[in-house]
Write a protein that binds this ligand. Structure first.
Ligand code: ADP
Ligand code: MG
Length: 256
């Protein structure tokens, strides 16, 4: 597939099949979609619908079985954030954030400057010398987000990044993420289980069906930006939530 400057990512007829001793699993089937540069898109769907598999393919960790995908440039930098922060417990915050550049052999002064800049961006100033054991779940996740930004990625792939946080922390982290996204302009593809989080943060929400994952809905979120917390009470917000909830229900009317 050829590069296209007006698309950050083009995915065409993507399919992933796993086969092992216990049989064959069709994780994803015939997915086609594009992401525009700087677009914020959420991916929602039941457990096992292939959301993590899609992110792993796009991050280059596993090859697709069928189909193709292309970014708008060769070898784009991709940042990945998972539900668990996966920090190194023996490293201070600043050294966890700086790790990706350290692995590339960048000069120490450059690593420190960039890490400090990102620690400030995610609101952790003053904690750079702390160890992971001294951080709350939300703070650890901020460190993971700062670390993912260290190489100035063109695209951020987030796999349920706030899934283990309580509701209020989660909403605050959503606002932080929008602040970072507005400050640094990245294309974002985020997996979430939360309908309201998907609507609040995104330009578009993609809904995956149960296995094998196929798109059921591609819903534009035409709410004004910047998003503010009371937007959650707007009638338009509820109408969008209802559409997503209906799409996530199976044929019998149960949530899948
Ligand atoms: P989700 O993130 O939407 O919950 P996953 O992408 O993790 O779903 O998994 C989709 C399906 O693919 C599941 O049935 C899962 O068991 C299967 N799967 C994922 N990774 C592997 C693997 N490495 N080997 C075999 N099956 C896998
Ligand atoms: Mg998953």
């Amino acid at each position: 597939m050829t590069f296209s400057p007006e698309k950050a990512l083009s995915v065409q007829n993507l399919g992933v099949t796993f086969s092992d001793a216990s049989g064959v699993v069709h994780a994803l089937h015939d997915l086609s979609f594009t992401l525009a540069p700087n677009e914020f898109v959420s991916l929602i769907g039941p457990s096992g619908s292939g959301k993590s598999t899609l992110l792993r393919v796009l991050a280059g960790l596993i090859p697709p079985t069928h189909g193709t995908f292309a970014f708008n440039q060769n070898q784009p930098k991709v940042g990945l954030v998972f539900q668990k922060a996966n920090l190194m417990p023996w490293r201070r915050v600043i050294d966890n954030v700086g790790l990706p550049l350290e692995l590339q052999g960048a000069p120490a002064a450059e690593i420190e400057e960039r890490a400090m800049d990102l620690i400030q961006l995610v609101g952790l100033e003053g904690f750079e010398q702390a160890y992971p054991r001294d951080l709350s779940g939300g703070m650890a996740q901020r460190v993971a987000i700062a670390r993912s930004l260290m190489q100035d990625p063109d695209m951020l792939l987030l796999d349920e990044p706030f899934g283990s946080l309580d509701d209020l922390t989660r909403e605050r982290m959503g606002d932080e993420l929008l602040h970072i996204w507005q400050a640094r302009r990245k294309t974002v593809l985020m997996v979430t289980h939360s309908i309201s989080e998907a609507i609040y943060l995104s330009d578009r929400v993609l809904v995956l069906s149960p296995r094998p994952g196929m798109f059921k809905l591609d819903l534009p979120i035409d709410l004004p930006r910047p998003r503010t917390p009371d937007l959650r009470y707007a009638p338009k917000f509820s109408a969008l939530a209802q559409k997503l909830r209906e799409s996530l229900r199976d044929e019998n009317g149960y949530a899948t």
